[in-house]
Design a protein around this ligand. Structure first.
Ligand code: NAD
Length: 481
């Protein structure tokens, strides 16, 4: 059985204490390998490597950073199969989702390479006739990236590539559920020419490995993607040392189905939004709001589609989704469905375990609009469908959430659709499709409890650079005394 180290300063490095923890395949409980169990001592080594990496990387001409990131993208594509197998086994992804993650990773690295040349500054008009005023952009320094389990490669890559493009060094702390894929990714980037220390990975658990990173004075920025509860804790710690902070958190995303839609077609699209990766996606279309009088017709069409999904081998192209990540996640889904059922929601299909950690695709019609199933993230294949009398009421229901990550609107009526898009309080609204959309150049992030800041393209670059005002006095300094 293979034991993986951290990836520090260009090589695999065992934990200082020599401890490891297993990486377990959610599909069958098999141990895939052991990862280094990081603690404060490992964090010390990683930070000193990243500080050295930052000094070197930030001094390189942009063209060199650009070329290296392009070579990294190439290497990800060449090593497609190396990443694909780990993604399927470690995160329970289907082959289709795993393939998407690898392609997205290459594309995000290319997008970051493109941003390297766009670190623009400004010259400012100013009050003093003899002052030249400039604003320059500089990398913040060492950025810690703490990533979740659900898209363990694509999200890690997105959170890492743009800070690197801006000239920062990165230390990643991946989810304890998916440590191996992160180490493999780091190895591939290093083999492609990313210099030692520029991208380090320490593996381990939040409190004992993540928190020392958040507290370390040698770390300047934090990009966190995960649950809102953890994000709050991360923010509380990171603010003590004034780290640049980006938080991408949970969602309970509305999908609006307007009355002009063909309900069978709407159900096909909604099923992708609700059931991709078994609903373990922050932008899943989990609350579906249908304009009257089509609520039940839509819900029945979605239930038919859901009941037809094939849940087989992860390497079978037909498989819609695989297992939830662990027993705790399954218990939460069961609890939410039970709460919806007990409070009067009608389970049109599903509602139970399919096999192992795989939960049946579930459609609940008319659940009460309160309680944990409606208000909290379920992170499972559960679509809640409710009917509303008017577009105004649909928007009110959409906005009845502590979250504000992403929304979808299904309509062919551009005027009504765009008007709703402007009124929904979310970081993204997608017209003509479901709520789960991604693009390396788009600003991803949320309103309310869905987070702070935006990642992607120039928005990440802005976030992970400092602005410095430099002025030159070309005349005489005024001497009032
Ligand atoms: P999680 O919050 O349990 O863990 C996320 C990461 O935080 C992991 O690496 C974990 O080890 C680490 N962590 C936990 N406690 C910590 C601590 N005290 N200090 C430092 N680090 C700590 O989330 P998860 O279960 O891995 O992922 C699912 C969540 O992520 C969902 O809520 C989902 O909505 C969210 N998510 C959001 C986005 C987005 O773009 N907004 C994208 C994907 C996932």
């Amino acid at each position: 059985m293979k034991t993986y180290g951290h990836f520090i300063h260009g090589q695999e490095t065992p934990a200082k204490r020599g401890e490891t923890f297993p990486s377990i395949a959610p599909v069958n409980g098999e141990i895939l390998g052991y990862a280094a169990r990081g603690t404060e001592a490992d964090v010390e080594v990683a930070v000193s490597s990243a500080r050295a990496g930052f000094t070197y990387w930030s001094s390189l001409p942009p063209t060199q950073r650009e070329r290296t990131l392009l070579e990294c993208a190439e290497a990800v594509e060449v090593n497609h199969n190396r990443l694909l197998d780990l993604l399927i086994d470690e995160s329970g992804s289907t082959i289709v989702k795993a393939r998407y993650e690898v392609l997205y990773t290459a594309s995000v690295l290319r997008a970051a390479a493109g941003e390297v040349r766009r670190l623009y500054g400004d010259t400012l008009p100013n009050e003093k006739p003899h002052r030249l005023s400039m604003v320059v952009r500089e990398p913040v320094g060492v950025v810690v990236v703490i990533s979740p389990f659900n898209a363990p490669l694509a999200l890690l890559a997105k959170m890492t590539a743009f800070p690197l493009g801006a000239g920062n060094a990165v230390i990643a702390k991946p989810s304890e559920e998916t440590p191996l894929i992160a180490v493999e990714f780091a190895k591939i980037l290093h083999e492609a020419g990313l210099p030692a220390g520029v991208f380090n990975v320490v593996t381990g658990f939040g409190p004992e490995c993540g928190e020392p990173l958040l507290k370390h004075p040698g770390v300047n920025g934090v990009a966190f993607t995960g649950s809102t509860a953890t994000g709050i804790r991360v923010g509380q710690i990171a603010i003590q040392t004034m780290k640049r902070l980006q938080l991408e958190l949970g969602g309970k995303n509305p999908l609006l189905v307007l009355s002009d839609m063909d309900m069978a077609e709407a159900a096909e699209i909604a099923a992708i939004g609700a059931f991709t990766h078994g609903g373990q996606i922050c932008m899943s279309s989990s609350r579906i709001i249908v304009e009257a009088p089509h609520g039940l017709a839509f819900a029945n069409a979605l239930a038919n589609k859901a009941a037809s999904l094939y849940l087989g081998d992860l390497r079978d192209e037909r498989t819609a989704y695989g297992p939830l990540i662990n027993q705790r996640a399954l218990a939460k889904v069961i609890r939410h469905v039970q709460a919806a059922r007990e409070s009067g929601g009608q389970i049109l299909t599903g509602g139970d375990v399919h096999h192992g950690l795989v939960f049946q695709p579930t459609v609940v019609y008319n659940p009460p609009r309160l309680g944990e199933c409606w208000e909290e993230e379920t992170f499972g294949p559960v679509a809640l469908v409710t009917e509303a009398a008017s577009l105004e009421e649909m928007i009110t229901i959409a906005n009845e959430s502590q979250y504000g990550l992403s929304a979808g609107i299904l309509t062919n009526d551009l005027k009504r659709g765009l008007s709703a898009a402007r009124q929904i309080r979310c970081g993204a609204v997608h017209l003509g499709t479901h709520s789960f959309q991604s693009d390396p150049m788009a600003p991803i992030g949320g309103y309310g409890m869905s987070g702070i800041g935006r990642s992607g393209g120039k928005y990440s670059i802005e976030h992970f650079t400092e602005l410095k005002w430099i002025s030159v006095e070309l005349g005489e300094t005024p001497r009032p005394f």
